[in-house]
Design a binder for this molecule. Structure first.
Ligand code: MN
Length: 264
């Protein structure tokens, strides 16, 4: 059987209800009538001033996107092309404006770091998006924390292994509410700051990004098709550092709602 024949046969089997033999209740009509053994919740983000919520598809994260941070991480910011990793969609921890969110200190680490970041939410997408057209795809912006098990990230990196365990874990994508572009414009410059227990730890300007938001969208779309619902954590400025249970983190980006998070 050719691969095309096999695909056709499988498709036909599904329509005819062969799936019932495997314990599924199959219908030949609307997709929303199929049953599931359990429900998987959708990740959505509240949008300030609107009834609608933003459904999250993928979370891309930009590595080393401020020169001073690239240097503190031991790389050369002048010679490095942009690179990205992902966090699971369900690793989002939402922080409501005006409220302090409790953030559980995660397992496996003894060096748990904050990274304050501008988060970009997309309403459009495509492949090979030109830089000039990239911002047309932005739905809005938010304040985020790319929480990082730095000891695990470093150890895996040293061994040449994927450092996913240092970056991609439950609640590691801390996120404030989304601000639609129509309300706040594009966040291309302005203060980005993180305070811990009232002391300023990170303090920079969005215009210090090595690859700006439009360039990030352009670069990601060369490797994968971007789609509505995708988000990009756009990288952190210098002076990342550790937190321990009891610490209070306050994240601020000019023009956006501040987030307040207590490590517990
Ligand atoms: Mn980061």
């Amino acid at each position: 059987m050719s691969s095309m024949d096999r695909r056709t046969a499988l498709k036909t089997a599904g329509v005819l209800g062969v799936g019932a033999a495997a314990g599924c209740t199959s219908t030949a009509s609307a997709e929303d009538q199929t049953t599931r053994p359990f429900q998987v919740p959708e990740t959505t983000v509240p949008v300030l001033g609107r009834e609608e919520v933003f459904p999250v598809r993928r979370i891309y994260c930009m590595g080393r996107n401020y020169a001073a941070h690239a240097i503190e991480m031991g790389s050369d910011p002048d010679r490095e092309p942009p690179f990205f990793f992902q966090k699971p969609t369900d690793s989002v921890q939402l922080v409501e404006p005006g409220r302090t969110a409790d953030h559980a200190y995660p397992p496996l680490t003894e060096n748990y770091h904050y990274e304050i970041e501008l988060v970009v939410a997309l309403k459009g997408g495509g492949r090979n998006i030109p830089v000039e057209a990239a911002l047309d795809h932005v739905y809005g912006y938010a304040v985020g924390l790319d929480m990082t098990r730095r000891d695990l990230q470093r150890a895996m990196g040293d061994e040449g292994k994927p450092w996913e365990i240092g970056k991609s874990f439950d609640d590691s994508a801390v996120l404030g509410p989304l601000h639609p572009v129509e309300e706040v414009g594009h966040r291309l410059e302005g203060t980005i700051r993180l305070q811990v227990n009232g002391e300023t730890k990170q303090d920079a300007d969005l215009e210090q990004m090595i690859w700006n938001v439009a360039e990030q969208i352009h670069h990601i779309s060369q490797g994968s098709e971007l789609k509505p619902g995708d988000m990009i954590y756009s990288g952190t400025p210098e002076n990342v550092g550790p937190v321990v249970p009891g610490d209070l983190m306050e994240g601020y980006i000019q023009g956006l709602e501040e987030i307040t998070v207590r490590v517990v």
